[in-house]
Design a protein around this ligand. Sequence first.
Ligand SMILES: [Cu+2]
Length: 262
Amino acid sequence: MHRPRERTTAMATSPTTIHPLTVAAAPGQPRGAWTTVLTSALIAVAVLFVGMMLVDGEFIPPLAVFGVVFAGLAAGVTMIARRWMSAVAGVASLAILALHAIFGLEDFAHPETFFSFVPTLAVVTGTALAVVSAAAVTFRLPTRAAYPAGGAAVALVAAAIAVSGIATAGLESDARATSDVSVVARDVEFPDSIAVNAGEVSFFVQNKDRFRHTFVIEGQDVKTELPGSTARRVTATLAPGTYTFKCDVPGHESMKGTIIAR
Ligand SMILES: [Cu+2]
């Protein structure tokens, strides 16, 4: 009986196991360039999440979890040099990228609030870079673009810090008039209720948080952006009755109260 010798021969004569992370090296670029960029991006995102907690000065469970997960992914990619590990890091980064793209979309329109604009942009940039480099490692793409991609990400974040820093520094709070009704936003909370005299009402809304809020009166066509650490005057004409006011920043659903106009 004829045995398929070719197959055994073929197996025996293929002794060179290609390292999973071996990719075609471009001139001047080391073979593991994408892995280096991926690891750096994962560490940067982990540091960002921990940094956001430090800036806020409090323990925020989701940020702590994300920080630990991304530090773990960075360690995993470094220690487990397998393509599946990079793929896992890529999928996790894509999830965080999607989350921030949805919840942080409005932040991009408001560079005048440094502590909303920069963290959101940095997380989106870092996770996007991680997704791209994880894909490059997983699918063994040429390393030519690795360091330029990393450099572009760093340049983008640096530009965002400069632009947002200037925009934030240039902000001024509105002046308060004696008849204004005071409303304070602090620690992602608004007061539960505000009593006002019906008619033309001027609110003096102070945002005591570093990040942005909004002041919206439902059904009254009143919506004011409240940049971090600033105050805005908002005027509305209110007939006697009750009105719901809120902040409509995604994730700030707890910032809701009632205006009672008499
Ligand atoms: Cu808010």
